[in-house]
Design a protein around this ligand. Structure first.
Ligand code: F6R
Length: 588
């Protein structure tokens, strides 16, 4: 959460460059944004609340500048709380991603010794601590090293000193990547933001610190402050197609990319899947860990392994992992599922698993992300950049990997590949034909309701949870997913005449029971939106999906994604940046 970008180099329109980079990083938070440019020994500052949209800035040309997009944690969405934050003299500035967990005690002490605070944020303590250090330490990098030692929590910090015209940065878990280009040096929380500015990049490690100045970048070991070589890698190899092209929104683009993502996995992902399957077979117990949509992919995986390979796979939500930790030992395999590879609840789970000696794996989309770099068993999703805050193509990719892995464990990998390819073909047909118009019409009903329920059984149960999440987070319609059999245990009390109820009815062993559940809903006035390959009289409206057996979760996600997207448009919501959310959840 929060996007940060900084530049030091030849003089130029730094303010506009930073603003452009912040647009790329806005998926990390869009409550407010701010830019600082060092100019004639002073810092010029611009801060605004809300999304960047078509905003422009008017700074003089300069050699140094940085900026921040904020996802608010401490302090409301106000201009004073937007970053950058300045020291009392206005010579130092800081941008920050993370939470300074001990900020209250630090702030009290700093205020008592005369520092003037201008915001309610935890972040502002960093710049005042730096101001204190700077009074006795001539070197900005050494001063920041001393400051970060005093911060509790997972943080990424970039500090600017306008007098020495340099940026220094350090991080704990929260990502930072620095790069070198023809005009200067840059640093950001995501390599995507370095495009056009750098051709070689280096990912910062937790025990390092980096200085960016007119002479380039220098990497240090943070404990000793000794210079160390920077292992630079070419940038172009790290980032895929991030352009919107002819699509109206990234969500539309990324939904449409799903068939190609699945085809690529079935063709090129097999080696990594086989390695994962081997590790699962070798392990005494396997845990799949993820958050949000990734957790529903993991839960789907646990059903797939049970169904296809008769193997028990544990599933734990990232933030709950520590309460299951005592089951983990050196014979365990813990596999993280993540689009961003930066979700802090998952990273913390993996750190805990590592402390217990478990083998670590990751099914991750963002290569070189923290999760990708911390495990020894990597399964790349290869879905390309996912820019919409909602996860769509990364979800189906994760489920496809788990479907293939379950088949690999069962010794039926070829069948798994056929199932994935069949699902990809089905998705292509759905996306190309009148199917989309039909779903758009159903989205009208969804957009007009306050509450909506989604039910599924077996393999379709996690799909129901994911469908409800997708619809609610983008349309802001309250949607709840639950297991079809749970209806009569309480939830049915909420069904009123006309309440839309989405019923997943695949052509499998759950069909009879789920249709009985649909009947029970209809008897209470529920409006039944049936999703599945076969129509049924209980459905008020039927969204048809292809009959693809075990691969049903791969085609069943699209109807909910599409319903959410079109309901959001009808309600005037921005589908790519729903309120209060951020793409990369790097705070607890
Ligand atoms: C929902 C969504 C989130 C993410 C979750 C985990 O559409 O995008 O629920 O799935 O924050 O993110 P990753 O996969 O990056 O770990």
């Amino acid at each position: 959460m929060c996007g940060i970008f900084g530049y030091v180099g030849q003089p130029g329109p730094v303010g506009n460059d930073v603003l452009r980079a912040l647009r790329t990083l806005e998926y990390r938070g869009y409550d407010s944004w701010g830019i600082a440019v060092g100019h004639d020994g002073r810092i010029d500052l611009e801060k605004r609340t809300g999304k960047i949209n078509g905003a422009s800035v008017d700074f003089a040309d300069a050699e140094i500048g940085f900026g921040h997009t904020r996802w608010a944690t401490h302090g409301g969405v106000t201009e004073p709380n937007a970053h950058p934050h300045l020291d009392c003299e206005g010579r130092l500035a800081v941008i920050h991603n993370g939470i300074v967990e001990n900020f209250r005690a630090l702030r009290e002490r700093l205020e008592a010794s005369g520092h003037r605070f201008r915001s309610e944020t935890d972040s502002e303590v960093i710049v005042h601590l730096l101001e204190e250090e700077r009074a006795t330490t001539a070197d900005l990098a050494a001063a920041l090293a001393a400051v970060v030692r005093r911060l509790d929590g997972l943080n990424a910090v970039i500090a600017m000193d306008v007098r020495t015209r340099e940026l220094v940065a350090a991080k704990t878990v929260s990502p930072l990547v620095a790069g070198i280009g023809s005009r200067g040096v840059v640093i950001a929380s995501d390599a995507l933001a370095l495009r056009g500015h750098a051709d070689r990049v280096v990912y910062l490690e937790d025990d390092q610190l980096i200085r960016l100045g007119k002479d380039g970048l220098v990497l240090y070991d943070r404990a000793s402050m000794r210079e160390i070589p920077a292992p630079l890698a070419p940038l172009h190899a790290l980032v895929g197609d991030a352009e919107l092209g002819a699509y109206p929104h990234y969500m539309a683009k990324e939904m449409a990319e799903q068939p190609a993502v699945l085809e690529r996995l079935a063709d090129e992902g097999v080696d990594a899947v086989e390695r994962l399957a081997g590790a699962i077979v070798d392990a005494y117990g396997t845990f799949l860990v993820g958050c949000g949509t990734a957790s529903y992919a993991a839960l789907t995986g646990s059903y797939l392994f049970s169904r296809i390979a008769a193997r028990h796979i544990n599933f734990v939500v990232g933030s709950e992992f520590k309460y299951h930790e005592h089951f983990i030992d050196p014979r365990s395999l813990v596999v993280a599922l993540s689009q961003s590879g930066e979700t802090v609840d998952v990273i913390e789970a993996m750190l805990a698993a590592r402390r217990r000696g478990a083998r670590l794996g990751a099914i991750v989309n963002s290569e070189h992300s923290t999760l990708d770099r911390m495990v020894d068993l990597r399964v790349p999703l290869g879905a390309g950049p996912e820019q919409c805050v909602l996860s769509t193509k990364a979800y189906t990719a994760k489920v496809a990997v788990l479907l293939l892995a379950a088949h690999a464990v069962a010794g039926t990998l070829d069948r798994g590949r056929d199932e994935v390819l069949q699902a990809a073909a089905g998705l292509r047909e759905m996306l190309a034909g009148p199917w989309v118009d039909r779903v758009r019409a159903v989205a009208e009903t969804v957009s007009r309701t306050d509450h909506l329920f989604v039910i599924g059984r077996g393999l379709a149960y996690p799909t129901a949870l994911e469908a409800a999440l997708k619809i609610k987070e983008v349309s802001y319609v309250h949607a709840e997913g639950f297991a079809g059999g749970e209806l009569k245990h309480g939830v049915i009390a909420l069904i009123a005449p006309g309440t839309p109820c989405i019923v997943y009815a695949p052509n499998d062993e759950t069909r009879g029971d789920i249709l009985s559940g649909a009947m029970e809903l209809k008897s209470r006035g529920g409006y039944i939106i049936g999703i599945g390959p076969i129509a049924d009289p209980v459905f008020d409206v039927h969204i048809e999906t292809p009959d693809v057996g075990n691969a049903a979760p791969l085609v069943n996600a699209l109807p909910a994604q599409m319903l959410g997207y079109h309901a959001a448009l009808r309600r005037g919501n921005d589908p790519d940046k729903p309120r209060n959310l951020a793409k990369s959840v790097t705070v607890k």
